[in-house]
Design a protein around this ligand. Structure first.
Ligand code: ADP
Length: 355
């Protein structure tokens, strides 16, 4: 038993990632060299001592113990924990923390928890790459906006009869320049929004807003597309009084515009689409967009809110970003964005916002 313990300790000590083992009473009974180094502890001051006592003088260990309680509470929720940020030697490092419960089988066959292994994975390099990616996307999208706007401006002049008439073929080409230019502009807008969320600079400028104003904005922004596909956009708005919202109207109007654009794009010609609002309860308003199009397989109901995810087989062009940014925008307002959808019957995207 002793020998096998030594073997295991030698292996764990040789691992480059920090590992800390605690028993049920939170006594630190094993810690590898890497963990000693980032916790700034000496082996003789740590092994066999109470982790809670050491944590009183050691901020990082304290954060790990707090995270351990949190991880137990979250165990059933399957949420990804935020990386742990550590300042040491004048630089920032990022670690992903895993808490592994150690379970033992007693002689009567019952299973009991006998401790916890805390494993840290250094993800600083990935974090740096992620930040570089976000900055790169942000710069590129920003730089692209000006030339695309200039192309659209020239197209507008070209299409204006005062400059000279276009024959039908030229008009078709000019319309195609406009459509594709607008698409490019909307993609760069989506990318910029995404980088705002990812770099944590998303700033909300809330105003008191009537829900109908947001709905009207989304309809206007999608009118051309709706006409093109002969989609009838119906408004479902309560006759009785409805609470006003205190939201960043630009952001929530963007969400509704995006949901309505999806509803139109993923419907068949001549279908109808409903956009509406209702008082959910005293403290919440629901804004929703419902279509009667292709619907979404239940197994994708969560993945569609992930970055770049598109339901396999989706032929209509898109970036897979709209819904993930929409959810971020709504959650930044302490709201929720959910979907109810059945294949072949259509989809309903529901935004619930506190008033
Ligand atoms: P995009 O539409 O640009 O691909 P989104 O994030 O808005 O990106 O949507 C992600 C995916 O979810 C889409 O690619 C599509 O497969 C699916 N989806 C979104 N809205 C609808 C809808 N109203 N009906 C059917 N499928 C939809």
């Amino acid at each position: 038993m002793r020998v096998s313990k030594q073997y295991i300790e030698t292996i764990i000590d040789s691992i480059d990632e920090p590992i800390v083992c605690l028993d049920q009473e939170l006594t630190l009974f094993f810690i590898n060299n890497e963990a000693l180094s980032i916790l700034n502890l000496r082996r003789e001051d740590a092994v066999g001592k109470s982790a809670q006592e050491i944590a009183m003088r050691n901020d990082l260990l304290r954060r790990l113990l707090v995270g351990m309680d949190g991880s137990k509470a979250q165990e059933s929720e399957d949420k990804k924990a935020e990386p742990l940020k550590i300042y040491a030697d004048n630089k920032e490092s990022y670690f992903q923390v895993k808490y592994l419960p150690v379970r033992m089988t007693a002689s009567d066959g019952s299973i009991r928890e006998s401790g916890t292994v805390i494993m840290l994975k250094n993800i600083t390099e990935f974090h740096k790459l992620d930040v570089a990616k976000t900055t790169f996307i942000s710069t590129i999208s920003h730089e692209l906006k000006t030339p695309i706007s200039a192309i659209l401006m020239s197209q507008q002049l070209l299409a204006d009869n005062r400059v000279g008439g276009l024959n039908p073929e030229q008009k078709e080409l000019s319309d195609s320049i406009r459509e594709n230019g607008e698409r490019l502009l909307s993609i760069t807008g989506e990318l910029l929004n995404m980088t705002q969320v990812e770099s944590g600079v998303l700033q909300l400028k809330p105003h008191i807003t009537k829900p109908i104003e947001l709905i009207d904005y989304a309809i206007k922004a999608n009118q051309v597309q709706a006409d093109k596909f002969h989609i009838n956009v119906e408004v479902d708005y309560p006759k009785e009084k409805i609470s006003k919202l205190y939201v960043d109207s630009e952001k929530i109007a963007w969400v509704l515009t995006n949901l309505l654009s999806n509803a139109i794009r993923y419907s068949s010609e001549n279908d109808r689409v409903i956009i509406g609002a209702l008082q959910q309860d005293e403290h919440h308003i629901i804004l929703y967009v419902q279509d009667f199009g292709r619907g979404i397989d239940p197994r994708y109901h969560e993945s569609i809110f992930e970055r770049y995810f598109r339901v396999p087989g989706t032929k209509i062009q898109g970036s897979g970003l709209g819904l993930s940014i929409s959810r971020d925008f709504v959650e930044a307002h302490n709201g929720t964005l959910t979907v109810e959808s059945e294949l072949g019957k259509g989809s309903k995207f529901i935004v619930s916002l506190p008033v």
